[in-house]
Design a binder for this molecule. Structure first.
Ligand code: ADP
Ligand code: ZN
Ligand code: ZN
Length: 709
């Protein structure tokens, strides 16, 4: 009789253990390897899991074990990927199976599809051959074209990566300083090795088409795998396959791409490394940037973190020489940096626009100063970008007679009015937290009054106002609603690039990374709303966003170009964020923020973790967390070195019918924090099914390094 083979398999379940199955080499046609993706029966269902161990025995009786049903037609995950997954699972306190399985594209998670896959791959290859459009290739800057600063940066990168060792490198440069040109030329040197693969991470789906064109221009002969949530499941399945089998040399994608199996990985670039989108906000709440650095360290390869406004964490690491530091301080095309104008909206002079001459008390979003500047910019035939970080028409509907405000029945948030044609044929009220959409009432639901007023402005209203003020201008609105309608933001960005638009009204979405060439003026209307927030990172984030949007102005320039203008309407022009921006003093702002954090012992001077709790009532959620804190105290775990705060309701307390609370845990020691989180995980699991408490029905989750408190 042949020997019994037992494999240990992890599944996408919030359970820390693996499950034993029998492996029949005869039936499966191959011997088992750690890293194989397999199909197994679990309960009454069939599930996909990963083999993490192979042995000849089980602690269970062999005849009770079920058989592995099938093996995916893929090479097994290599040991480096499994190390990465193990690390992510431990560090983010998430079971191994539920960390790995969700990173596998759907195509490879359904065994029913496995047979059809060869055909799909062939179809994709044929289509790809057709798709590469030479005209769409743009933005190639050769090594010879690099300016002196860029050339020095490139040389430093090449030197650092010559000896197959880990190095983390901060590439810090003003917007438009040519960082992309530097790291793409560097990747070209890495890719001279035939089999080498590189990983290029970008924060936003919306930025990938533009970068994709540039990457294609640099590497016409290499295969590019594009991975983000915007590509179809099928395309993603193919791209992932090409990455894991070494067929694709360049893996370009958003945070989810950080966990792609890449057997010959030689270099990683994280573009706009400070961007909050790198943090996954559900499931395993990883930071793709941090995992990229870990992966580079583990694989002894270089990782470049590129940004105009580095995160405080990365900047301090570079300052203290833990990371290498390369800087580009000039704008590549010779333009100057945009001039920053702060418009004090407390000043009565600024509170009405020329359009409101008859009712100067009526506050308008467009101040007189700004309106004049826009008119002049239009006359100079330059484009204008106006930002307001709120989509919809009006953030809330109110009753003129009583205190009623339109609110979501499911969430503790107001519902936003969207004008007719925006979300449906008719105007609607929509909740931006849970997505609930309701018709607009004709009367106040509380008192019956018919005089309902719209308070505040969103992109749609601003679009109307702008069209009224500049009737001859072509106005384009760019937000998630309009991009859904146009079947993708790329269409809208093209309009801007092609110069068919005079004024763009949009959310933060238009601000990032785009290399527009003819923007003369950028205006930010509601910056203050993001300045004062209970989150200690609010100012850092706002500063980065403002530098980014300012960077969209006056890029093409040419020596002597004014570099464009940015106007910021604010009631607090004296705030540090604005003052440092006025001087383009990024390092000054970061140093200032570092001092504040150090005094308050906040990250990066300490490490944080959140325990989330969600249930039917806030009281229950708070009690649940209070109980946990009490147990930690009884075990003598609370100390100066490990601070456990009191449970509090979340900023948006009610979402989709659940009430939410959180507990902050903080320590200067990563190790101590890790130990305590593991204790907490065991403690909570003691009374839970998955992550739902059996006694209180509270759903809980542990999060490492939260970026929003
Ligand atoms: P960043 O990544 O720092 O924002 P990019 O690499 O996108 O900068 O460069 C900004 C713009 O300058 C792009 O249009 C790019 O094509 C151009 N550019 C970059 N380097 C040079 C150079 N050496 N000479 C001329 N133009 C350049
Ligand atoms: Zn009323
Ligand atoms: Zn809601």
């Amino acid at each position: 009789m042949s020997e019994i083979i037992v494999v240990q398999v992890v599944l996408d379940k919030p359970l820390s253990q693996s499950f034993d199955y029998i492996w029949s080499t005869e039936e499966l046609g191959q011997s088992p390897k750690v890293g194989h993706i397999v199909e197994v029966p679990f309960g009454r269902a069939i599930d996909v899991g990963i083999v993490i161990g192979v042995s000849n025995h089980s602690q269970y009786s062999i005849d009770k074990l079920k058989n592995v049903k099938g093996v995916a037609p893929l090479p097994p995950f290599d040991s480096s990927l499994l190390r990465l997954m193990n690390f992510a699972s431990q560090y983010y306190i998430h079971a191994l199976g539920e960390t790995i399985v969700p990173t596998i594209p759907q195509m490879w998670r359904k065994s029913a599809d496995w047979e059809k896959i060869p055909k799909k791959l062939q179809a994709a290859a044929n289509k790809k051959a057709k798709e590469i459009n030479v005209e769409a290739i743009e933005g190639y800057i050769s090594v010879e074209q690099l300016n002196a600063e860029q050339a020095a940066g490139l040389k430093a990168l090449v030197d650092l990566s010559s000896d197959r060792n880990f190095s983390a490198i901060l590439l810090q440069g003003q917007t438009g300083s040519g960082k992309t040109a530097v790291f793409l030329n560097w990747l070209a040197t890495v890719l001279k090795e035939e089999a080498a693969q590189v990983l290029l991470l970008v924060p936003e789906i919306n930025l990938t088409p533009q970068l994709e064109r540039r990457v294609r221009a640099y590497f016409p002969d290499k295969t590019l795998a594009v991975l983000h949530s915007g590509v179809s499941e099928k395309q993603r399945g193919v791209a992932w396959y090409e990455a894991m089998t070494g067929k694709a040399q360049i893996i370009l994608g958003t945070r989810l791409a950080a966990l792609t199996p890449i057997p010959n990985l030689r270099a990683i670039v994280v573009d706009e490394e400070n961007d909050p989108s790198y943090k996954q906000q559900e499931g395993t709440r990883y930071s793709a940037r941090d995992l990229a650095v870990w992966r580079a360290h583990d694989q002894k390869i270089p990782v470049v973190l590129s940004s105009a406004t580095p995160s405080l964490e990365t900047w301090l690491a570079a300052k203290t020489a833990r990371y290498e530091y390369i800087r580009l301080d000039q704008r590549a095309q010779g333009a100057q940096l945009p001039k920053v104008h702060l418009i004090n909206t407390r000043d009565p002079q600024n509170q009405f626009s020329p359009g409101d001459k008859n009712s100067p008390q009526k506050k308008s979003l467009i101040s007189k100063t700004l309106a004049n500047a826009i008119t002049q910019n239009l006359q100079e035939r330059k484009q204008t970008l106006i930002l307001i970080n709120r989509r919809g028409y009006s953030p809330v509907l109110s009753c003129g007679a009583c205190t009623w405000l339109s609110a979501c029945t499911q969430c503790s948030s107001h519902t936003v009015m969207h004008k007719a044609g925006a979300l449906g044929k008719k105007a609607v009220l929509s909740c931006h937290h849970c997505g609930l959409v309701n018709p607009i009432p004709s009367f106040c639901p509380e008192c019956g009054n018919a005089d309902l007023k719209m308070l505040g402005q969103g992109t749609q209203k601003l679009e109307d106002v702008i069209e009224e003020m500049w009737p001859d201008a072509n106005v384009l609105r760019v937000d998630t609603d309009s991009s859904r309608k146009s079947k993708g933001a790329e269409v809208l960005f093209r309009e801007i690039h092609d110069g068919n638009v005079d004024i763009v009204v949009g959310t933060q979405m238009i601000a990032k990374g785009h290399d527009y060439q003819n923007i003369g003026l950028v205006a930010v209307l509601d910056a203050d709303s993001r300045l004062y927030s209970p989150d200690f990172r609010a100012a850092e984030r706002l500063f980065a966003q403002l530098v980014q949007v300012a960077g969209r102005a006056g890029r093409a320039g040419g020596a002597g170009d004014s570099g464009g203008n940015i106007y910021i309407e604010t009631q607090y022009p004296e705030a540090a964020v604005y003052q440092y921006l006025l001087r383009h003093d990024i390092d000054g702002f970061l140093a200032h923020t570092a001092r504040e954090r150090e005094e308050a012992l906040l990250p990066p001077y300490s490490y944080q973790s959140l325990i989330h709790a969600e249930g039917k009532t806030l009281d229950k959620a708070l009690q649940f967390l209070g109980g946990l804190k009490g147990r930690l105290k009884n075990q003598g775990l609370l100390s100066k070195a490990l601070r456990v705060y009191d449970p509090v309701p979340k900023a948006v307390m009610r979402v989709a019918g659940s009430e939410r609370a959180q507990l902050v845990i903080e320590s200067e020691s990563r190790k101590l924090l890790q130990e305590v989180l593991e204790i907490i995980d065991r403690d909570l699991r003691g009374d839970s099914q998955g992550r739902i408490s059996k006694t209180s029905r509270i759903r809980w989750l542990i999060e490492r390094d939260p970026i929003a408190i």
